[in-house]
Write a protein that binds this ligand. Structure first.
Ligand code: NDP
Ligand code: 2IT
Length: 444
């Protein structure tokens, strides 16, 4: 279709040297072809041009002082991508690889992901090229304070609500919330992922990993099977990976491999999650240390090697483009039947093609990892009511949301002629709600 191609060419022209953003846009536009064939009015309304251009982009300087008194300057970003269905919502990523193309790809994905949750949240994302690794608590705190000293004027509980992502967890959210409160004198929950004693929600910490496993459970049900007795590989060992491991294990799976950016561990007896939590959440060490206390386990340098480990279910939960064509072929060869993306865009487009061609059940990130932002939405709902829900009540709500996301994606895939293709289904279902809101609200 000429219209879709023209929009994509314009995105590439306007945003040069941002391959991750191009990749995310191309996948969505490809899925939307049958929608635009059915709805010519969307083209007249310039819907795609508007959708691909962020409503607002904020870039700022983040100066901070290290423990030796040296001054450093990082870059801060916040992309307020689309507010058609609610306040901008999305995480902050602190990682040295962050540049505007990464934030745009994440913000773009977030629009459709947030729509799929069924909660009133628009799409946004932010972050910095700051590297929290190896920094002291004091350095991280001073960085977070400096970051919020600029960002605070652009966010608000009904305008833009940031949260965590890579390199931003409970510690960082706490420091940012403290500084935001000091600057504004308010207490209204402007960030999500907060500590439980100051407006956080139970289950938010676990939500992305749990949600990813609930989504996978639905895909397995469609194949008339379950997690029980399945061998599982989970890449990463951060927030998403840890709680994906926990829920997969609760449902009867055995997680035999996990990784970090240096390499991966393989433990045929099942990876001991307490050890991983202690190493990664408390001591902030490398995953290689696991083998010191678990003699039956092996460590190998290079994180991509994890996809050679034989498994029934693979959950990529580390970062974008960590699973390529070769890795996908290896998984298929070894009998893997389901892949669900806990991370954002971890599979390359060629890897996705291999999964779909070989009838591997494939859950794309914007559907499979939506449990995190969905529970952020539940945190916002609790804050606005000045209430706390129990763990069980919140988890039940998360579970229902994931089941609904799976069925929306599945139904949309069928309705638009590609049954079983949850990539198309998630893109279309996420898009339709945003499109209807944009059509109703006029040209804004
Ligand atoms: P964390 O910072 O807690 O953990 C990230 C993990 O990924 C670490 O194990 C890290 O290893 C590894 N990793 C990071 N960069 C690379 C890389 N370039 N190559 C290999 N491994 C890498 O982040 P999260 O667990 O929160 O996020 C993981 C993924 O999930 C991201 O894609 C994020 O966008 C996505 N996501 C997160 C949500 C959330 O609620 N937190 C919600 C939805 C999606 P190392 O320690 O060596 O850096
Ligand atoms: O990618 C994501 O969905 C997140 N990092 C979570 C965003 C949020 O606002 O909870």
């Amino acid at each position: 279709m000429n219209y879709i191609k023209a929009v994509y060419d314009q995105v590439k022209h306007r945003n040069p040297n941002e391959p991750e953003f191009h990749q995310a846009v191309e996948e969505v536009l490809e899925s939307l072809k049958p929608v635009f064939a059915k709805h010519p009015e969307f083209e007249n309304a310039g819907l795609l041009e508007r959708l691909c251009e962020p409503e607002r982009q904020i870039f700022f300087r983040v100066p901070w002082v290290d423990d030796r008194g040296k001054v450093h300057v990082n870059r801060g970003f916040r992309i307020q991508f689309n507010s058609a269905i609610g306040p901008y919502k999305g995480g902050l990523r602190f990682h040295p690889s962050v540049y505007i193309g990464i934030i745009k790809f994440l913000g773009f994905e977030q629009i459709f992901k947030n729509s799929l949750t069924g909660i009133m949240m628009g799409g946004g994302k932010g972050g910095s090229d700051f590297d929290p690794k190896g920094k002291s608590d004091g350095e991280v705190m001073r960085f977070c304070q400096s970051f919020i000293s600029e960002l605070y004027r652009h966010i608000g509980h009904q305008t833009d609500v940031p949260a965590g992502d890579i390199g931003v967890g409970g510690r960082e959210v706490g420091y940012m919330y403290g500084q935001w409160k000091k600057l504004t004198g308010q207490f209204n929950g402007v960030l999500t992922g907060k500590g439980l004693s100051f407006g956080g929600s139970l289950v938010r910490t676990e939500a992305t990993g749990y949600g990813c496993v609930y989504f996978t459970q639905e895909m397995l049900k469609d194949r008339k099977t379950s997690f029980d007795g399945k061998t599982v590989v989970v890449s990463g060992s951060g927030n998403v990976a840890i709680y994906a491991h926990q829920k997969a294990t609760q449902l009867g799976g055995k997680v035999v491999a996990m990784s970090d950016s240096n390499g991966f561990i393989y433990d045929p007896n099942g990876i001991n999650l307490e050890t991983v939590k202690q190493l990664k959440e408390v001591e902030r060490k490398r995953i290689s240390e696991y083998t010191k206390s678990h003699k039956g386990a092996q460590y190998q340098d290079g994180c991509a090697g994890i996809w050679k480990v034989k498994c029934d279910v693979a959950l990529p939960c580390a970062t974008q483009n960590e699973l390529n064509e070769e890795a996908a072929a290896e998984l298929v060869k070894n009998g893997c039947i389901a892949v669900a993306e806990g991370a954002n865009m971890p599979s390359t487009p060629d890897a996705v093609k291999i999964f779909l061609k070989n009838k591997v059940s494939f859950g794309p990130g914007k559907a499979a990892n939506a449990g995190g932002v969905a529970t952020s939405g539940l945190e916002m709902a609790q804050d606005s009511q000045w209430m706390n829900w129990s763990f069980a009540e919140t988890e039940e709500k998360l579970h229902k949301i994931m089941v609904n996301i799976h069925s929306s994606a599945k139904n949309a895939a069928e309705e638009y002629g590609t049954p079983g293709n949850l990539v198309n289904g998630a893109n279309i279902a996420g898009f339709m709600k945003v499109a209807q809101a944009m059509m109703a609200q006029g040209i804004v």
